[in-house]
Design a binder for this molecule. Structure first.
Ligand SMILES: O=c1ccn([C@@H]2O[C@H](COP(=O)(O)OP(=O)(O)O[C@H]3O[C@H](CO)[C@@H](O)[C@H](O)[C@H]3O)[C@@H](O)[C@H]2O)c(=O)[nH]1
Ligand SMILES: O=C(O)[C@H](O)COP(=O)(O)O
Length: 318
């Protein structure tokens, strides 16, 4: 039996390219719906301004709100983003009655809470080759196909070394070494997503508010798995955006990211009743830096579906 027949059928039906979605068609399809673009940003002063400007000047008729969530930056991220024309909120200032949590997933969830669009696009703030097609491409299937509730980007990912040497197709190490094997093991229906960990995706607010957001780097894997349970594979699509160039993290940092992704997968297996956990998982990771041991806390917490949280406390305007 061909285990991937369903995935191939889905991929044929639900994969498109950014060039399939011309702007005039999208603006017409948008109608009166509001679109918010949310950028989680921790120390991204070097890139966030250019991305905000490109969205603001390139997609004035398509994007109603650009929101940068300053994720405890130590640099000028907030100022640069505001000067480029974004609305900026600090991660810990949104829903401040809740205990603060660190991490990208929490920044996204706070962005969802503080934004107002009917359709929400998430874009990483460290992209080096951003163009407006990142946003318009993701909006294409959502604005034109009622049954689609979530759209994920796919792209080619080079690995660029510190000396500037480019290795085409070698980016996405955690994707290839951890996420893809995990998905194929336990959720093979999701194996058609070419970039399951990519930070660029979009969804309908009413869909995104029905799923939890893992606080750290497990957020993308958690969303895919949880959305599969809510809207099914056919409610999801992917769009080819071409190439994506971003800032690479060290191997040790990617080890901690991989740990958070494994913890997220484990929590979903547990929730789905697919494992019997007799003792709590160890939330620490022991790594060796040039032979020297270093222990990191890689634990992840979770935010509940936003719909279950009092809306008036979200700090929304209007
Ligand atoms: O505590 C944090 C950490 C990161 N970020 C931002 O999140 C985005 C992506 O973070 P980054 O550290 O650059 O992640 P990558 O190494 O690029 O990891 C990839 O894989 C992760 C795990 O799935 C995804 O979350 C990322 O979007 C994806 O690009 C960037 O804008 C960061 O500034 C935050 O807002 N808060
Ligand atoms: O998605 C991933 O696998 C991580 O972001 C690592 O990507 P990189 O290997 O391109 O840095």
């Amino acid at each position: 039996m061909d285990a991937y027949a369903k995935v191939r059928r889905w991929a044929r039906r639900r994969t498109s390219r950014a060039t399939d979605w011309p702007l005039d068609r999208l603006v017409e399809a948008k109608g009166t719906r509001g679109v918010s673009v949310i950028l989680p940003a921790k120390d991204e002063a070097a890139t966030v301004g250019g991305i905000v400007s490109a969205i603001r000047t390139g997609l004035p008729a398509l994007v109603d709100e650009i929101l940068v969530v300053d994720s405890r930056s130590a640099d000028a991220t907030a100022r640069v983003a505001a000067e480029a024309g974004a609305k900026v909120v600090h991660q810990d200032a949104v829903l401040p009655h809740l205990p603060a949590l660190p991490g990208k997933g929490d920044a996204l969830w706070k962005g969802l809470a503080a934004s107002g669009g009917d359709i929400v696009v998430f874009v990483d703030a460290d992209l080096r080759n951003f163009g407006p097609h990142f946003v318009s491409g993701l909006l294409g299937p959502l604005l034109t196909t009622e049954e689609i509730g979530f759209v994920k980007a796919l792209y080619e990912r080079p690995h660029i070394t510190e000396n500037g040497v480019t290795h085409p197709g070698e980016g996405g190490r955690v994707t290839e070494l951890v996420a893809r094997p995990l998905l194929n093991l336990y959720w093979p229906e999701l194996s058609g997503f070419v970039q399951p960990l990519g930070g660029e995706y979009a969804g309908r607010r009413d869909v995104l508010e029905r799923v939890p957001f893992v606080s750290g780097y497990g957020v993308e894997l958690g969303l895919l798995i949880d959305l599969l349970g809510i809207i099914g594979l056919d409610g999801m699509a992917q769009v080819d955006l071409g190439d994506r160039v971003h800032a690479h993290q060290s191997t040790a940092a990617l080890g901690r990211m991989a740990g958070q992704i494994l913890l997220t997968a484990w929590s979903r297996l547990d929730r789905q009743g697919r494992i019997l956990s007799s003792e709590p998982l160890n939330p620490y990771l022991l790594q060796y830096e040039r032979g020297r041991p270093r222990v990191s806390d890689i634990s992840v917490a979770e935010r509940p579906p936003l719909a279950s949280v009092a809306r008036q406390k979200a700090g929304r305007q209007g």
